[in-house]
Design a protein around this ligand. Structure first.
Ligand SMILES: [Fe+2]
Length: 513
């Protein structure tokens, strides 16, 4: 492969990884759910950087500990590490990335997790995650890149060495040693050997061998990688000797050395005759590369933004709900006769909705509508609102205006998209299936289903709640009234779901049991 091909290949690989990074960024920025975020990020990162295992640690300020909230390649067992422990803690405290080829050698490496799981951590890359305000949010940890192997670029380097050696009249020990030293400046490997061919003896003998006695080192040309390279004149790159039948393990067995990968290149003279081979074994560049580090640092930045956003989102959501509760409470404050009504209607409506299999996001909309359904009562005169006893026709007509007022007021609130139907749902709680309800007199198909649910919850609450001027109706009486209205006023499915909800403990929750 030419240098140009190599370059084009590297550029393609880079483009692909960059594209993947942008894709991660896009997906992460759209995820507002903090619980789902870690899984999403870590699956992508593990694949992007080809790590064997990865963990996202989030910092818990209260316990000053790091909690593994997503660990790829690990069982679901929770890992909690005190901030002051381990490489991850060190990286976070020092706000520094740590990139280790052999993690066990690091003074802060905590081998307890490896000991428990039987896993062996070699290379380790840790990047801290800090929020926009510089506060520590956590860190990402990647373990064991499988890229601890010789690359095609490495092969080019060794081939150049081979050409230089082959051009010599004689390859003596000094020349061989010099060439291995030269290689070492460009490649990271554990052992390098230069063999010369003795065709008559069918042997390869070592001119210079690192880590072994050259004088006594000779190989049968018919065995092993070096022999094969000498015979065929073709270079070989074996990334995993364990799975390769061409590898002759007898040398390792004799010496106790463990050969993981081999790069072997022939020394050919002008007539393409094999003079010998250069062999380098065990690429020690088993760590993550500078490019890996840059990528992971970018991902950590994106994750930090996403966590910040998710917090902001959560905060504004909480703010929105507390505002709603304040609004609902302000009606209770005006209408002391029915204090707590809106909250209880919301509670009952949610119970019915769960029985009917509503999604979580729909439950939010229903809850907001329920809390605000009577908000229009803010515009009803005290004399009518607080009257104990039956209202006359005029008073009742005035009282009925509260539903239309609920719509008018809520419509002026700029609800976000999800809640855009709240004014309609909330204000339709006095509509009736037969079209005789108010404020609009909608027919059954015009009434939002959530409003039908509110109607039943509202009536049930009003009938059964104790007020200070009267006792609440019995459950049987309330059921009889609801059953009576099925088809004309109430949706039968909703009434049935209310009964199921109350049977399953809803009564206890309401204090009606
Ligand atoms: Fe009402």
């Amino acid at each position: 492969m030419s240098e140009r091909d190599d370059c084009a290949q590297a550029l393609d690989a880079y483009r692909e990884r960059f594209g993947r990074l942008l894709e991660i960024q896009r997906r992460v920025s759209q995820e507002h759910n903090l619980a789902r975020l870690p899984g999403l990020v870590m699956r992508e990162v593990t694949e992007l950087l080809a790590a064997d295992r990865s963990t996202l640690f989030l910092f818990d300020r209260q316990t000053m500990a790091l909690r593994a909230c997503f660990a790829e390649g690990m069982s679901g067992k929770a890992i909690v590490v005190p901030l002051r422990m381990g490489v991850i803690g060190t990286a976070i405290l020092q706000r520094q990335t740590i990139n280790l080829i052999d993690a066990c050698q690091h003074p802060y490496f905590n081998d307890e997790i490896d000991a428990q799981s039987g896993y062996h951590t070699e290379s380790l890359l840790v990047v801290p995650i800090a929020g926009a305000d510089g506060q520590v949010l956590g860190g990402i940890e990647l373990l064991n890149t499988p890229r601890g192997r010789f690359s095609l670029a490495d092969e080019q380097v060794v081939k150049a060495s081979a050409q230089r050696l082959a051009a010599l009249d004689d390859i003596d020990a000094a020349a061989a040693e010099r060439e291995i030293a030269r290689l070492r400046a460009q490649l990271e490997f554990d052992r390098g050997t230069i063999f010369k061919v003795d065709a008559a003896a069918g042997q390869l003998f070592a001119v210079h061998a690192e880590g072994a006695d050259s004088a006594r080192m000779s190989l049968n040309m018919k065995l092993g990688i070096a022999g094969l390279v000498a015979l065929t004149g073709e270079p070989l790159l074996i990334q995993d000797t364990q799975g390769d039948s061409r590898f002759d393990a007898s040398f390792d067995r004799r010496t106790g050395y463990h050969t993981r990968n081999i790069l072997c290149v022939p020394l050919r003279d002008g007539s393409d005759e094999a003079l010998g081979v250069i062999q380098v074994i065990n690429c020690v560049n088993g760590g993550f590369t500078a490019e890996d580090l840059a990528l992971l640092t970018s991902v950590a930045g994106v994750v930090a933004i996403a966590i910040d956003n998710a917090h902001l989102f959560h905060d504004s959501d909480r703010q929105f709900h507390s505002l709603l509760e304040t609004l609902a409470a302000s009606i209770d404050a005006r209408d002391t006769l029915t204090a707590g009504h809106s909250k209880r209607v919301a509670q009952i409506a949610l119970g019915i909705a769960r029985e009917l299999g509503f999604a979580e996001s729909e439950l939010d909309v229903l809850e907001v509508s329920a809390l605000l359904h009577d908000y229009g009562k803010i515009g009803i005169d005290d004399a009518v609102l607080k009257k104990v006893g039956k209202l006359d026709a005029d008073e009742f007509a005035h009282m009925k205006q509260h539903a239309a007022l609920t719509y008018d007021i809520l419509e002026k609130i700029k609800f976000s998209r999800k809640y855009r139907n709240v004014p309609l749902i909330a204000s339709s709680h006095h509509e009736s299936l037969d079209g005789k309800g108010y404020p609009h007199g909608y027919a059954t198909q015009e009434i939002p289903f959530m409003a039908k649910l509110l109607t039943v919850a509202d009536v049930f609450e009003a009938l059964t709640a104790d007020r200070h001027y009267r006792k609440g109706m019995s459950l049987e009486q309330a059921y009889a009234i609801l059953d009576d209205g099925i088809g004309q006023k109430f949706d039968g499915r909703v009434v049935a779901a209310l009964r199921q909800h109350l049977d399953k403990g809803g009564l206890d929750a309401l204090g009606l049991a």
